[in-house]
Design a protein around this ligand. Structure first.
Ligand SMILES: [Zn+2]
Length: 136
């Protein structure tokens, strides 16, 4: 910990240390409306402390709006000819005609050859899209 004089005031300088990505649970990126800077925020902080943070570039206060989501049921087929369904969350703002593509893209990144899936994924598709009323 060091101190320095900045804008006539003494400030404490904390050193930011790099952290391994797999040890962090981050949400974002978010964009600051004021300066356009992009930030990732700690998911635990957002869940348990505050839904806002100060932009590290311009110091404006930024509020994280909670985006409503709906869960799309996907079928996941495996190389060993078994299959199962899994849910993925997509923002409610995604238009109807883009739901299938968005949900499939998310499911691919979550399940395709993921270490959690006990066998290799052979195919992924949309199984059921709930009506918006069901989803909320
Ligand atoms: Zn900013």
């Amino acid at each position: 910990m060091k101190t320095m004089i900045e804008e006539g005031k003494e400030r404490i300088i904390m050193e930011w240390k790099p952290k391994e990505k797999h040890l962090c649970e981050l949400e974002g990126p978010y964009e600051c409306e004021d300066c356009g800077g992009h930030v990732m925020l700690d998911a635990t902080y957002l869940d348990q402390v505050e839904k806002f943070a100060y932009c590290p570039y311009c110091t404006m206060k930024g509020v994280v709006k909670e985006e409503k989501t709906r869960d799309i049921e996907m079928y996941i087929g495996y190389q060993n000819k078994t299959w199962e369904t899994r849910f993925v969350s997509i923002p409610l703002s995604i238009p109807e005609d883009k739901i299938e593509k968005t949900a499939t893209t998310i499911a691919m990144s979550l399940f395709y050859n993921s270490p959690d899936t006990f066998d290799e994924v052979a195919f992924i598709g949309v199984y059921h899209i709930p009506e918006i009323e069901e989803a909320i």
